[in-house]
Ligand binder design. Structure first.
Ligand code: PGA
Length: 255
């Protein structure tokens, strides 16, 4: 089974519209007329999405993602943005269940599951994030945590819906810390996540689903991580803020 790798830039709460314009203009010459052996996704903050859509919306090698969405269609939900509203701006993916949303905003597995289901209803593709804290890993709970996150987070997703899901395995201790999981640690966790998908959805679905690695991915470690059989791309934070380093990760990771 060959899976097309997917490299996504998670800008978090960085880059307003004018910095988004700078970034888009810097990558345009590289991405405009090229075909890459991977999908490239950029996830700006909500308010920068229109600018990103204006400049990159018709560049076929780049897709846009949001960093969150509501589990509802519309209504009295102050501060929320629905999946349908994102679709109006050429947004194709949405990051859901990022560890920062889980830890800082208290998002539970059930809450994330409701968002995953709502996004899939309108064909917005979830980049569904999972991963253990250092405490959980050291307490020997890695598998237990991943099992809970996958089982609950993807509950009631249809087999067809799963085809639109990308999983991002991001060990919390590796996010923004400069500490990367070793290729061996990452591969082991990815293989385990794939086995969970096989249990829940069957072997064929497990062989097809793309599982990105995230957590301090840089140009220097992309090649080794991406060479692992169960790693299908990366979700990149800090190193995706600079156009050159984001492109270098993609180049190294697909070499
Ligand atoms: P990082 O962030 O690359 O800065 O570690 C990754 C993420 O949070 O998705």
């Amino acid at each position: 089974m060959t899976r097309k790798p997917i490299f996504a830039a998670n800008w978090k709460m960085n880059k307003g519209a004018s910095e988004t314009e700078d970034f888009a203009k810097a990558i345009l010459p590289k991405v405009q007329h090229h075909t890459f052996p991977c999908d490239i996704v950029i996830a700006p903050p909500f308010t920068s999405i229109p600018k990103a859509a204006e400049l990159l919306g018709n560049v076929s090698s780049v897709a846009l993602a949001a960093q969150n969405c509501s589990q509802f269609d519309s209504g009295a939900y102050t501060g929320e943005v629905s999946p349908m509203m994102l679709k109006e701006f050429f947004v194709h993916y949405v990051i859901l269940g990022h560890s920062e949303r889980r830890a800082i905003y208290g998002e539970s597995d059930e809450f994330i599951n409701a968002k995953v289901l709502k996004a899939l209803e309108v064909n917005l593709r979830p980049i569904f994030c999972i991963g253990e804290t250092l405490e959980e890993r050291e307490a020997g709970k890695l598998e237990e945590v991943l099992r809970r996150q996958v089982t609950v987070g993807l509950k009631d997703v249809s087999e067809e819906g799963l085809g639109d899901v990308v999983i991002a395995y991001e060990p919390v201790w590796a996010i923004g810390t400069g500490v990367t999981a070793t290729a061996e640690q990452a591969q082991e966790a990815h293989a385990f996540v794939r086995s969970l998908i096989a249990e829940q959805f069957g072997g064929e679905a497990a062989a097809k689903i793309r599982i990105q690695y995230g957590g301090s991915v840089k140009p220097g470690n992309a090649r080794e991580l991406m060479a692992c059989p169960d790693i299908d791309g990366a979700l990149i934070g800090g190193a995706a803020l600079e156009p050159a380093s984001f492109l270098e990760i993609i180049e190294n990771g697909t070499a």
